[in-house]
Design a protein around this ligand. Structure first.
Ligand code: ATP
Length: 753
């Protein structure tokens, strides 16, 4: 990087556009007093962003604008442009030339540009600090300012030296970091305060959320239970309803069938009528039999009467027989025959089955039969004696009548027999019918009983149906209640997988238990009164998120503070190291230059301590900054100068003559420039107080310095002029405006004179 040129328009005494080229190592500006030489040095300060008007001998912005003269009007603005060669890219800008300009207007406003682009002052300062130059740096030594390095306080001197060593950037960085640290610390306090403020609310919300979460968990449990309960209930009701409906249908069919059967069986009832007819018929037969038997008895009586009459005749004849000795055997035989026949008939009658109603008659007949049998047995032997038929035979008429009666009796017996048979047949039919009727009746009763059972079952099923219907309504109510407390997920109970048979097999008490558990959970949820709490949940999430954000912010800020603290510590350390090594190097050069100037002697810088200055720059007791107030920092608060002239006993600056003081300050300034050479230096009449011999030494040092830094010297000194590669002569023209011209050495001398 190299200083190429300077252009001045309207600045102080330079009303016209004036340009200086700095193509050589040493450029000198010469001219009579008051011609405007120092204005050039100030123009450089000005364009480099100097803010101290005092250092440029002004009070306000318009003091730097050409104020005019008797012949020339004033200007309304002043503009300085300085051009640097940047082919080495010392400035971190991708331009071969870096052109800085500053304009000042009468209203004291300023305008800065870098390569014709308007920028802020800050941009100019940052750009220049990157190459260790600045408006107030030691590389611009104003008129009478050379001595300043000796006359300032140790603290100011330290700052000047640090600036010269290029350590100002550390201070600037430390300062920036400290500002950031303070800001960070303030932010940290604010954030901690904010976090403390929301903490109770967050705690409250957390409790609410815990309640909500407990409620939610209970609600989930309830939903699970509800789903199982509802699905079981659903299956139970569906299956039972289906069963009841199916069974009812089947039973109704069965009932219909039974009714049909009963109806069919009832049609058999008319048979009773025919049964009555049969009974009537039997009754007729009985009557006929009775009549027949009456007739038979009549006949028997008739026969008996005839037999009596015949017996009488017989006896009469026997009497006659006795008389006639004749027997009546024949009559007895007939008698026996008839008795036997009669007995047989009686036996037939007696043997009639089911003759209960005639039991008395039978007994009478039995007795008759026995009597006859006995009679017969008694008289049988007599018959066997074969009596004389002729003697015992009855009359023909009686015999005839007897035969007729016998015949009639035989007929009536036959008639009776037929009637008995008919009666028996009728009785059998009646009996059979009775049996059949009994069977039918039995079946009828059975069917009726079955129907009654079936109807009872149907009734039971219908009762069941009513119950299931009521339970189904209850079930719907339960779903609605579930919806209110658990939400729509309750509707998903169908998804609950369970074996249908297992549901049917299960004891209903289990469902009762589940229902009870549901009630218990509902009560617990209601007692928690955690509600759905969507808003609370959101508020909690937001607050928690904010708390976490603040916590993270605190961590970040603490880390940032730590990192800044480390940066500051590192910078401080680096500063201390560079400062210590810089002082050592300066002292070497200072000693060299001092010896050169004074032909011996001792000169050095030393660090002084100022224990009063313990507070940070911002005067705040910052906990992070406290650590920076190291013991070293406290001690190294200033720099003092120690000189010891050769051959003289006097020591210390106060004892030096004006020239000695000037030489000492030059030695120190040059030592500083030697250790950390600035890109350029402007020395405004630094050599003013030097005698000829010292001027030569000064000239030598200039040449030596110019190897490292471009030099612009403003001088009246011939020796100094002789070392310059280019000489600019400044004169004040008739219009009180400075005029610049490049001159040769000889001309320069003339100009000066
Ligand atoms: P010396 O050799 O005595 O130090 P010099 O050459 O350095 O003198 P300067 O100090 O640069 O002279 O210039 C001072 C001159 O500039 C004064 O004459 C002063 O009137 C003039 N000057 C200062 N400010 C203005 C201004 N705003 N307008 C016009 N002229 C000004």
């Amino acid at each position: 990087m190299r200083l190429k040129s300077l252009e001045i328009v309207g600045f102080k005494s330079f009303s016209k556009k004036t340009a200086l080229e700095f193509g050589v190592a040493i450029s000198a500006v010469v001219g009579p007093n008051g011609s405007g030489k120092s204005n050039i040095a100030e123009a450089v300060r000005f364009v480099l962003g100097e803010q101290s008007f005092k250092s440029m001998r002004g009070k306000r912005g318009e003091d730097f604008i050409f104020s005019g003269s008797q012949n020339t009007g004033r200007r309304n603005q002043a503009k300085i442009t300085i051009t640097f060669d940047n082919t080495d890219r010392a400035f971190n800008l991708d331009f071969d030339e870096v052109i800085l300009s500053r304009e000042v207007f009468r209203d004291s406003s300023n305008q800065y540009c870098i390569n014709n682009s308007q920028v802020r002052l800050k941009d100019i300062i940052e750009l220049l600090s990157s190459v260790h130059i600045g408006a107030s740096s030691h590389h611009i030594i104003s008129q009478g300012e050379a001595d300043r390095i000796l006359s300032v306080s140790p603290k100011e001197r330290k700052e000047m030296i640090e600036d010269a060593l290029g350590l100002k950037i550390y201070h600037w960085k430390i300062n920036e970091s400290e500002k950031k640290l303070i800001k960070t610390s303030e932010n940290l306090k604010e954030v901690e305060l904010l976090r403390r403020e929301i903490a109770p609310h967050l705690k409250y919300l957390k409790k609410q959320i815990e309640k909500i979460e407990r409620t939610r968990s209970l609600r989930d449990e309830l939903a699970k239970l509800y789903k199982e309960y509802l699905q079981r209930e659903n299956i139970y009701l569906q299956l039972n309803k289906t069963r009841v409906s199916r069974d009812t249908q089947l039973l109704q069919k069965e009932a219909e069938q039974l009714k049909e059967e009963l109806s069919t069986l009832n049609t058999v009832a008319p048979r009773a009528v025919s049964e009555n007819a049969l009974l009537d018929e039997a009754s007729v037969f009985q009557k006929q039999l009775y009549t027949t038997r009456e007739k038979k008895n009549e006949l028997l009586r008739e026969i008996g009467k005839i037999e009596g009459m015949m017996e009488y005749e017989k006896r009469e004849r026997e009497k006659n027989q006795e008389n006639k000795n004749s027997n009546t055997d024949t009559d007895l035989r007939v008698e026996i025959y008839e008795v036997e026949k009669f007995i047989k008939n009686l036996e037939k009658i007696i043997q009639v089955p089911d003759s209960a109603p005639y039991e008395d008659l039978k007994l009478v007949l039995e007795k008759i039969r026995n009597s006859i049998t006995i009679f017969y047995q008694t008289h049988k032997g007599e018959k066997d004696q074969e009596p004389d038929k002729d003697q015992t035979a009855p009359s023909i008429d009686l015999q005839k009548e007897y035969h007729i009666l016998q015949q009639a009796f035989a007929d009536i017996i036959e008639q009776e027999k037929q009637l008995i048979e008919k009666n028996q047949t009728t009785q059998l039919v009646i009996e059979k019918n009775k049996n059949e009727a009994r069977d039918t009746e039995r079946i009828l009763y059975e069917k009726k009983a079955q129907l009654s059972i079936v109807e009872t079952k149907i009734e039971t099923l219908q009762n069941e149906e009513v119950r299931y219907h009521e339970e189904a309504e209850e079930f719907e109510t339960e779903i609605r209640e579930g919806l209110v407390i658990v939400g729509s997920q309750i509707k998903e109970f169908h998804q609950y997988v369970i074996d249908e048979q297992a549901v049917l097999m299960e004891d209903r008490k289990e469902q009762e238990n589940r229902r009870r558990q549901i009630s218990v959970l509902k009560i617990r949820i209601e007692n928690l009164s955690g509600g759905v709490g969507e808003e609370t949940l959101k508020e909690y999430d937001d607050t928690k998120e904010r708390d976490e954000f603040l916590a993270k912010e605190i961590t970040d800020l603490e880390m940032s503070a730590q990192s800044l603290q480390k940066i500051i510590t590192d910078l401080q350390k680096q500063l201390n190291e560079d400062f210590t090594s810089g002082i050592t190097n300066i002292n070497k050069q200072f000693q060299n230059f001092f010896s050169l100037m004074f032909g011996g002697g001792q000169a050095s810088l030393f660090v002084t301590t100022d224990t009063k200055n313990k507070k940070s720059k911002n005067g705040q007791e910052n906990e992070f900054l406290k650590e920076l107030d190291t013991e070293d920092e406290d001690k190294k608060t200033g720099i003092d100068v120690s000189v010891s002239l050769p051959l003289k006993k006097i020591k210390g600056l106060v004892a030096l003559s004006g020239g000695e003081r000037a030489l000492t300050s030059i030695a120190l300034l040059f030592a500083l420039s030697q250790v950390n050479p600035p890109p350029f230096m402007i020395l405004d009449e630094t050599d003013a107080a030097l005698d000829e011999a010292n001027s030569r030494k000064y000239g030598d040092m200039l040449e030596n310095l110019s190897k490292f830094s471009q030099l612009i010297v403003i001088t009246h000194n011939r020796e100094t002029m002789s070392r310059a590669g280019i000489l600019y002569g400044v004169t004040m023209d008739a219009s009180a405006s400075s005029t610049l011209l490049s001159v040769k050495f000889e001309e320069a001398e003339k100009i000066v004179k």
